[in-house]
Structure formats: C-alpha cells, structure tokens
Design a protein around this ligand. Sequence first.
Ligand SMILES: NC(=O)c1ccc[n+]([C@@H]2O[C@H](COP(=O)([O-])OP(=O)(O)OC[C@H]3O[C@@H](n4cnc5c(N)ncnc54)[C@H](OP(=O)(O)O)[C@@H]3O)[C@@H](O)[C@H]2O)c1
Length: 269
Amino acid sequence: MVSNSTFEVGIIGAGIMGEALIAATLRAGITASSIVIADKRTERLVELQKKYGCAAAEVNEITIQAKNILLVVKPQDMDSLLGSIGNSISKSQRVISFAAGKKTASIEEHLVEGVPVLRVMPNTPMSVGVGASAISKGSSATQADVKVVEDLLKASGKTIYVDEKLQDAVTATSGSGPAYFFRFVEAMILAAQELGLAEKDAKTLVIQTIAGASEMLKQDGASPKTLRENVTSPNGTTFAALEVFEKEDLVGIMKKAMLAARNRSQELS
Ligand SMILES: NC(=O)c1ccc[n+]([C@@H]2O[C@H](COP(=O)([O-])OP(=O)(O)OC[C@H]3O[C@@H](n4cnc5c(N)ncnc54)[C@H](OP(=O)(O)O)[C@@H]3O)[C@@H](O)[C@H]2O)c1
C-alpha cells in the first residue's frame, strides 16, 4: 500500500509515555496538525486532542497516513497490534518502538521487508523535558533514520545511540532509574520524620536537596565523587552517614538491583 503521509508523527498508544511524546514532539517544533494519535480508549483521545490540539484517528488510518509511526503500547500488546497493522506499513515510513524489551527483529517479523525499525528506551522525566533516551536501529534502518528520531526527541531531554544489545542495560539504568531515586527520596523523608521533622518540612527539605544536588551535577562539571567529597569533612556528620552506606554496601546493593532489572528486561524480551 502506498502511504500518503499526511502526518509527520502518528502515535499509537496514548498512555503516559504517549502523552510525554506528544508534548516532546510539539516542543521539538512539530505542529499539532502534523501529529495524529490513536488509542483503544476514546475518552483518552478526546482529552489529549483538547489539551494538545492534535488529530485522532483509527490505528489503521495512522499506519497509512503517518511518516513516523510511534508504537507506544505495552510490550504485551505489541504482537497483536503489529499483527493487525504490519502489512499496511510501507518502506517509505518509519516504525519507532518505545516498548521496553521488544527487539527490533521481532517487530521486523511483522513488517514488509525493508521497513526501517528503530527502538527507543525512554524514561518518564521526558514528560517534563528532561528525559534520557537511548536509540537503537534495526536491520533496515540507517544513521539517517537515527537522526530523524534524534530530531523528533530533541526537546525531550538527552538522547544517546547504543547498539541494541545494550538496551537491557539502558532499561536498568535510565528506564527504571527514576524509580530508584523516588524510592531514595521516600526513604529520606521517612528518616527525617523519624528524626522529628514534620512530614511537610521533611518533604520540602528532601525534594529541594535532591533538586539542588542534581542541578550542581549538571552545572558544575565536577564529578559526583568531587561534589560528594566537598560536603564530607573527615569525621563530620556527612562522613558518619556515608560510613553507614559503606558498611551496608550501598554500591553492592545498587549493582544487585540494576543486575536484577537488566535480567528482568532480558527475560521480558
Ligand atoms: N511509563 C514509563 O515509565 C515507561 C518508560 C519507558 C518505556 N515505556 C514504554 O512505553 C510503552 C507505553 O507505556 P505506558 O506506561 O505509556 O503505558 P499505558 O499508560 O498503559 O499506555 C498504553 C496505551 O496504549 C493503549 N493500547 C494498547 N493496545 C492498543 C492498540 N492495539 N491500539 C491502540 N491503543 C492501544 C492502551 O489502552 P488500554 O489501557 O485500554 O489497553 C493504553 O491507553 C510501554 O511499552 C513501555 O514499555 C514506558
């Protein structure tokens, strides 16, 4: 089937990540009239159309009308989706999957030979413009296709290119990463309350501390080690806390946790 490519971007699956992608592509300079979305839930489409001004269509319309088809459904929904749309996508289009753990080869199986397939592992901070995404390409995609994806995501935060075999490691690092920090924040708030601070004050102090520390990481150009050492006087208060981290093997815990995430990602794919 020949694509008439009415839309620059077609997003299938307008959930949490789908919405983050609408916002990111708009910020990248794609006009709302060049974006079309599809989802099983009509009320969700109405909500997003109202919020962003983009068009909504049936999935099978997107597959013939969009130059770049962004697949943003859950990994377990991908096979049935691809089974129904695979044959209607032409080589002049691009398929870009955001599903965790879904290999480009397994997507290519559902498509006409030669359709460029790319895979992106994003994370949720994309919704506020500070995401971290890793892009990989399948067997028919070129560096030019990677560049198109980089351009689409240029306002979503940072992107890197990785060989596809590293995507499970990326998932364990930046994909799941925000949750590690949210857990860390929860733990600090709880500990501050146990030291006597009111919940509201604990939240204010912890969230501002994390935000300030991450701003310093971005702005100072210093390594995390140097920044840590700058607040750690020998035998001081920070030193006492970090001693506990060392004794409880924080680095070992992080390695184990990220290995578990990497292994789970491999299992899921
Ligand atoms: N959220 C994250 O932090 C994150 C991070 C990295 C990667 N991702 C990846 O992003 C993808 C989407 O995740 P999400 O959190 O945005 O999921 P989500 O909120 O559940 O959104 C997926 C949407 O797609 C819809 N859908 C499912 N099958 C469909 C079909 N055949 N046609 C049209 N719409 C369909 C779902 O509708 P129903 O609910 O009715 O099924 C749902 O509205 C996943 O593959 C995930 O691995 C997410």
